[in-house]
Design a protein around this ligand. Structure first.
Ligand SMILES: *Cc1c(COP(=O)(O)O)cnc(C)c1O
Length: 379
């Protein structure tokens, strides 16, 4: 595979962060130490949610959320298909059935009306995703969950630092569900290499997830006492140290990412063949995760694939987020003919463009010129 000159994403790690990691490497604590506590505290601080539990990945966090909420084989969980596969996989890890619901064509998030229509007697939870960092309509989803006695989980893996304006003020993404999960793979807003953090207002759920993260131990004082079947989903002190440094810069990172989105918007605003992501969403602050444009209705998914090929040949990293989960081979077992017209329509026309903190304006110009040229070629 040719390495693109302008990558799709790229981590942003500073010298002080590298030095901090080296200092941890020289310390006696490489797991379950002071950096874990400090990293977790940055999340209670950011979200205003009382308890934070750091884990080895966002996927591990979603798995623990399902377990802690007692979701199992008898249950259905409502989830979008237009998301990263880990969201739905977590439901399957506990033997429950994902039930896919269509999305809003503007926010690309779960449509609350469609969610309400999909609830059955087996429905146990709604797993909402803040897709591409655009906050989902959590006040509406929380009301539906409450009316129907369902658990509400936020997959906030793409939306660190996003906020929602409610009747009671501005609230952070992650503070609406019974449990919310953030993730730090290298393409996310901040990275720990691999990692995740779960937040919850429930002391009981937090204690349970801490135990499950650590082989089902009731506490680290009783190293060989295991209360229940647990996992090794711990996050190392090395990763936590990097996370602490990254979290310190979160405000500037979010500002920078928003600037990049605005820059792309200016460069592409006149291209009538494209639908650009909205810069503003009603009552919410977007935490820009990726910059995904969509081709207009007159284009097909093979047109899109040709454009992606063209961009790749020009040395530009690009992607087609997301391939809907209900169409993945790993999900054909469901045999449920999900009718998700918006999901399928949108997914066939997306083009994710290079998007990372240190992208230069001249690189954005190069990407936009190559995209315009590729569109002209097929029109
Ligand atoms: C990144 C991501 C996850 C978690 O990914 P990990 O690689 O396991 O950290 C989960 N859901 C969504 C929507 C994501 O984008």
């Amino acid at each position: 595979m040719k390495i693109p000159q302008i990558p799709l994403s790229s981590p942003d790690i500073t010298e002080p962060e590298i030095e901090a990691v080296v200092a941890t490497l020289r310390s006696p604590h490489l797991s379950l130490g002071p950096r874990l506590t400090e990293f977790e505290a940055t999340f209670t601080h950011l979200t205003g949610v009382e308890h934070a539990v750091a884990v080895s990945s966002g996927t591990a966090g979603l798995h623990l959320a399902m377990l802690a909420l007692g979701i199992g084989p008898a249950h259905e969980v409502i989830v979008p298909s237009f998301t990263f596969i880990a969201t739905a996989n977590a439901i399957r890890y506990v033997g429950a059935t994902p039930v896919f619901v269509d999305i809003d064509p503007i926010t690309l998030n779960l449509s609350p009306a469609a969610v309400e229509q999909t609830i059955t007697r087996r429905t146990r939870a709604i797993l909402a995703v803040h897709t591409f960092g655009v906050p989902a309509d959590m006040p509406a989803l929380a009301a539906i969950a409450k009316r129907n006695n369902l658990a509400l989980i936020e997959d906030a893996c793409e939306a660190l630092g996003g906020t929602i304006r409610t009747t009671s003020g501005i609230r952070a993404v992650g503070g609406f569900g019974d449990i919310a999960v953030f993730a730090f793979y290298p393409n996310k807003q901040i990275t720990t290499g691999e990692g995740g953090v779960i937040v919850t207002r429930s002391a009981e759920l937090a204690a349970h997830m801490r135990s499950l993260r650590n082989q089902g131990r009731s506490s680290s004082d009783t190293w060989l006492q295991h209360t229940e079947l647990g996992y090794n989903y711990r996050l190392s002190e090395i990763a936590c140290t990097l996370g602490i440094g990254q979290m310190k810069r979160l405000p500037e990172i979010l500002t920078r990412r928003e600037q990049i989105a605005r820059h792309y918007h200016r460069e592409l605003a006149s291209v009538t063949e494209l639908i650009l992501p909205s810069l503003e969403i009603r009552n919410a602050r977007i935490s820009w995760f990726v910059y995904v444009v969509r081709l207009a209705k007159s284009f097909t998914s093979s047109d899109r694939d040709l454009i992606l090929q063209n961009l790749e040949q020009a040395g530009i990293g690009c992607g087609c987020y997301f391939a809907p989960i209900h169409l993945q081979p790993a999900y054909t077992y469901l045999l449920q003919s999900a009718f998700l017209p918006v999901t399928e329509f949108v997914a066939g026309r997306t083009i994710a463009l290079p998007f990372f903190n240190r992208i230069h304006e001249s690189q954005i110009a190069t990407v936009c010129d190559a995209l315009k040229l590729a569109i002209q070629r097929i029109s």
